[in-house]
Design a protein around this ligand. Structure first.
Ligand code: TXA
Ligand code: MG
Length: 350
């Protein structure tokens, strides 16, 4: 009897989020209606986007946005980007619309690009962390677009993970980390880009790259033409313009190292030097597939930047789920298309 009582106390009934599928037209429409209904009443819901899953709330409702901060455990000084469903909505919430915003929006929206713009008063302070700018993105994911259109207001949405943890790229990732803190997760499939959007500050001339993403510097520079692009380095003496770009970010639970090795013997030697137990180590590679006996696991990701980005977070989540103590990632190829992936891996390793 006593045993039962203590069990009841130790495992309270947890509120587990409902997951709504969207793979038929009818399910898609029903999920749009349900998500919009919750968003209109000030709830926070997890929604799919093409980059990563977002934790969304009505961007014009300060109390709703406060819930996002609470659910994520996000520090109040880190601003949240707003998501719109067309150019008109983007321009309406931007205090100014510079020529550079026009060029980048025409080239890359809808898509994985966030523009930091002057804000209007309609955007509550909590969204911008009290700052004078607001990050705006028009996502390409059809579900996100449909919900914003149905709501008629922009959606504030950071990635749907506890602060500093890896971003989710499918509904299960959200369920396993935030499922007991929210009512609804919409399952829109695997995120097609797989890492967070490129963030560009267009309030300065030339614009500044605040966070690299799969729309890389060369594409941005080509779209901007003569104006060019400045690369803001958050580790320099400059003011921290993108607070989310703190060095430690995007981390799995396991310790992560980026290594290159000649052969299995060399890999084993490096694991021993790290103090990593071979059986508790997962290795993520695109070319140097190890055959080291006793390894915890090996994942092979295609040697193609877009496919790699799409798969990366899901692999890191899987390594964590398998109880890895260490994740060893093969060092990346050179080239602009690998820059954002390298950025995320270096943060995960710090
Ligand atoms: O792909 C994405 O951007 C995803 C999906 C859900 O849209 N969202 C996302 O949000 O990654 P979050 O909050 O995890 O990352 C947004 C980044 C943070 O580094 C934040 O500090 C920065 O953008 N940011 C937001 N508003 C800003 C502003 N007004 N000025 C400078 N940086 C800003
Ligand atoms: Mg995030």
């Amino acid at each position: 009897m006593e045993d039962r009582q203590s069990t009841a106390v130790m495992s309270p009934v947890r509120n587990i989020a409902e997951i709504l599928p969207t793979h038929t037209a009818a399910l898609f429409d029903a999920a749009v209606k349900r998500a919009a209904e919750l968003l209109r009443t000030g709830e926070v819901v997890a929604l799919p986007t093409e980059t990563v899953y977002g934790l969304a709330a009505n961007a014009l409702d300060a109390a709703a946005v406060a819930r996002i901060f609470a659910v994520k455990g996000r520090p109040a000084h880190n601003p949240i980007i707003i998501h719109v469903c067309d150019l008109a909505m983007a321009r309406r919430f931007a205090g100014k619309w510079p020529e550079t915003a026009e060029k980048l929006a025409r080239s890359f929206w809808p898509g994985p690009l966030t523009l930091v713009l002057p804000r209007t008063k309609e955007i509550p302070d909590i969204v911008t962390a009290g700052g004078s700018t607001v990050g705006v993105r028009w996502p390409s994911h059809p579900f996100m677009q449909a919900v914003i259109r149905e709501c008629g207001f922009p959606l504030a949405a950071p990635s749907a993970n506890p602060s500093n943890f890896l971003s989710p790229t499918n509904a299960q990732h959200v369920q396993s980390t935030l499922g007991d803190r929210i009512k609804l997760i919409v399952d829109g499939g695997q995120s097609q880009v797989g890492i967070e959007s490129t963030v560009v500050d267009v309030t300065t001339t030339p614009p500044a790259l605040l966070r690299p993403g799969m729309i890389h510097v060369e594409s941005l520079a080509a779209a901007l033409g003569e104006t060019g692009l400045r690369s803001a380095n958050s580790t320099s003496g400059e003011t921290l313009k993108s607070p989310g770009q703190l060095k430690k970010h995007y981390s799995p639970n396991a310790r992560l190292r980026i290594l290159s090795w000649k052969d299995d013997t060399d890999l084993r030697r490096q694991l021993i030097a790290l103090g990593a137990e071979v059986s508790r180590t997962q290795v993520v590679v695109y070319s140097a597939i190890p055959a080291l006996p006793g390894l915890g696991g090996v994942s092979v990701i295609p040697h193609d930047a877009e496919a790699y980005a799409r798969a990366l977070y899901a692999e890191l989540h899987r390594c964590d789920n398998e109880g890895a103590e260490w994740i060893v990632v093969e060092s990346l190829p050179e080239g602009p298309e690998w820059q954002a992936i390298g950025d995320r891996l270096r943060r995960a390793a710090s």
